[in-house]
Ligand binder design. Structure first.
Ligand SMILES: Cc1cc2nc3c(=O)[nH]c(=O)nc-3n(C[C@H](O)[C@H](O)[C@H](O)COP(=O)(O)OP(=O)(O)OC[C@H]3O[C@@H](n4cnc5c(N)ncnc54)[C@H](O)[C@@H]3O)c2cc1C
Length: 356
């Protein structure tokens, strides 16, 4: 059977590798860093559980990904804008906290183990040029950056909690977050504009979280990174398939890209195995979701008045906030109507992004 070369050992590349190897393909993954998860630092990220009807862990299992990494379900969270707090109590997990980086228990380490167990060869500290890869899963493309994050990972005596902070002083057009599970914590701020304010915003984030919960911060380490997005997604160039953020797959509203990365890796592998047209299946699967996220960002920026009070109230007052989030992540009829206006605004606002 032919050997498949994959550039990048992130969630997209490893999901493709696992699926190909289980069908008997010989798979070589090339990773420029010395281990998986190299651009992360043990920080918590959220596997969101609202954009599909099915529970995200079930979705992963259906894509042949085992849950061999630590995950902490969160049904409750607090959103604050510094003046007002909203308590969200959901019937099912709103998200699962997972850890990123190379440490045991992280998503990246779990995926690595699954790939190695299936006989995938991972060549660390080896750059594979895009032109030599069968699957390109190299992560964000810096010229198409839409958000940038900075924060710290630390130990704390706080009990488990998740707080989102929406306030333009702490995160311009974005949000800050404090996530705690079993004595480990991540505090970060994500900006969607005025990136030069990142440090100042993070200091302000710390100050606000001090006022809100006064966390003890033990042994802090820095973390951060960027996100990139495109609506003119390149899923295939010549014979090469593109997955994850390398294909521009991200959520333009809040930057939840992991599920997209794993799903696109799975679809890329499936297309090779079954001789399917990946470009077509990926477009079918992602196009509406990406358009929805563009409209959501437009609304977030346009109606983010009074520090997002109007929008958070909207979500909070929904009978089922997760169902509401599901509705706004799947290009509903209202979003369809707003789309042309949103696209015009977003083209001006994010001139570096390729938006059809
Ligand atoms: C601070 C931060 C917080 C985030 N929080 C969340 C969150 O809470 N929830 C969520 O869903 N998403 C979150 N995201 C986004 C999420 O992490 C990404 O969308 C996801 O990791 C993308 O997966 P990927 O496989 O496409 O790319 P990556 O995870 O970036 O993996 C790409 C890999 O390719 C390697 N590579 C690059 N070029 C080459 C090359 N030429 N040869 C060999 N190797 C190469 C890189 O070293 C990297 O390991 C966050 C991102 C950041 C930066």
């Amino acid at each position: 059977m032919e050997t498949i070369k994959i550039a990048g050992a992130g969630p997209a590349g490893l999901s493709a590798a696992i699926n190909l190897a289980r069908k008997g393909y010989k798979v070589d993954v090339f990773e420029k860093n010395q281990d998986v998860g190299g651009r992360f630092h043990g920080d918590f990220q959220g596997l969101e559980n609202w954009s599909d009807e099915k529970d995200v862990l079930l979705k992963l299992k259906e894509m042949n990904i085992s849950i061999n990494f630590d995950q902490y379900p969160f049904k409750n969270l607090i959103i604050s804008n510094g003046m007002k707090n909203w308590d969200f109590k959901c019937d099912i997990p709103a998200f699962y906290l997972i850890k990123r980086g190379s440490a045991i228990g992280s998503l990246d380490n779990g995926l690595k183990k699954q790939a190695l167990d299936k006989g995938v060869h991972i060549h660390f500290e080896t750059v594979l040029h895009e032109s030599q890869a069968d699957i390109v899963a190299t992560g964000p493309y810096a010229p198409e950056k839409f958000a940038t994050a900075r924060g710290i990972v630390f130990q704390t005596n706080l009990k488990d909690l998740a707080i989102g902070l929406v306030n333009d002083k702490t995160a311009v057009k974005g949000y800050s977050y404090l996530l705690v599970a079993q004595g480990q914590a991540t505090m970060g701020t994500v900006l969607f504009d005025k990136f030069k304010n990142l440090n100042r915003c993070f200091q302000e984030t710390k100050r606000m979280f001090n006022q809100l919960v006064d966390p003890d911060i033990i042994n802090p380490h820095p973390m951060g990174g960027l996100g990139s997005f495109s609506l003119c997604n390149i899923f295939k160039k010549k014979r090469r398939l593109y997955a994850g953020e390398a294909a521009g797959l991200q959520d333009l509203l809040w930057g939840f890209g992991i599920k997209n990365a794993i799903t696109s890796g799975f679809l890329a592998a499936k297309s090779i195995i079954n001789g399917e047209n990946y470009e077509k299946t990926a477009k079918n699967y992602f196009n509406q979701k990406l358009k929805a996220s563009l409209v959501n960002r437009f609304l977030w920026e346009k109606f983010g008045i009074k520090n997002y009070e109007f929008i958070v109230n909207q979500i909070h007052s929904a009978r089922d906030p997760l169902k509401y989030l599901n509705w706004i992540h799947n290009f509903n009829i209202l979003q369809n109507m707003i789309y042309p206006m949103a696209l015009r605004y977003m083209r001006e606002r994010y001139r570096n992004l390729r938006l059809e």
